[in-house]
Design a protein around this ligand. Structure first.
Ligand SMILES: O=C[C@H](O)COP(=O)(O)O
Length: 247
């Protein structure tokens, strides 16, 4: 199984019901894209978006708890996301790691919960600017992969997203060579650890826009993107879907 091409949008804490008009536009303009399309809206929109999409695009959560139920105010279980119509869930996004002090071990436990619920876990890794400047990038990514990706990961239930923290929402992107170096490392680590590691989809994330998408999708071992700001508007996300479809 070759790696899937996946254009994933992370709406973060943006959007109300009115924003569902954006997916109407995407579905109208790209009724049969040459890649899988996933949108991860706020939890309040998972069910209405899934109902609106009717399977024509995938819908995901942005986080899940490691447990399936219990006294965890404000959290959401992987089974609840699945019940609402999600097929994927992002885990270990750098904003969760920073804002909620999530550790690699917690991200791994959340990934296991996602798998047990029948969700694809989109596991995020990425270095800070200080870590890159300090020459630690490859060690940091290796450690995050080892700690965050559980043993039950397969090409069917796991996607890895490389998101340099310093590139998120900044308009700055790594060079193609920098992205290629990290994606090659991730591929090597996955192949060494998992029987189907060559087939696990690898996404790049961090200031992906219509103007740089084609260049990024031409890089070896880049199977798609995890897009933040540019996924909020169909006018921006659509051309990114088109660029991946053509890659
Ligand atoms: O999950 C998405 C990433 O954090 C990228 O966000 P961005 O495209 O706004 O830089």
């Amino acid at each position: 199984m070759a790696p899937r091409k996946l254009a994933a949008g992370n709406w973060k804490m943006n959007g109300t019901l009115a924003a569902l008009a954006e997916i109407d536009q995407i579905l109208t303009e790209y009724p049969a894209p040459g890649c899988e399309v996933l949108i991860c809206p706020p939890a309040t929109l998972v069910q209405p978006m899934a109902a609106r999409a009717e399977g024509r695009l995938a819908v995901g959560g942005q986080d899940c708890h490691a447990k399936m139920s219990g006294a965890h105010t404000g959290d959401i279980a992987a089974t609840q996301l699945k019940d609402a119509g999600a097929s994927h869930v992002i885990v270990g996004h750098s904003e969760r790691r920073t804002d909620h002090a999530e550790t690699d071990a917690q991200v791994s436990a959340k990934s296991v919960a996602a798998h047990e619920a029948g969700l694809v876990a989109v596991i995020c890794v990425g270095e800070t600017e200080a870590q890159r400047d300090g020459g630690e990038t490859l060690d940091i990514i290796s450690a995050q992969l080892a700690g965050s990706v559980p043993d039950c990961a397969t090409a069917s239930n796991t996607v890895i997203a490389y998101e340099p923290v310093w590139a998120i929402g900044t308009g700055r992107t790594p060079t193609s060579e920098q992205i290629a170096e990290v994606h090659a490392l991730i591929r090597d680590r996955l192949v060494a650890r998992f029987d189907d590691g060559a087939d696990i989809a690898l996404l790049y994330g961090g200031s992906v826009k219509p103007g740089n998408a084609a260049e990024i999708f031409a890089i070896a071992h880049v199977d798609g993107a995890l897009v933040g700001g540019a996924s909020l508007k169909a006018a921006d996300f659509g051309p990114i879907i088109a660029a991946l479809s053509a890659a």
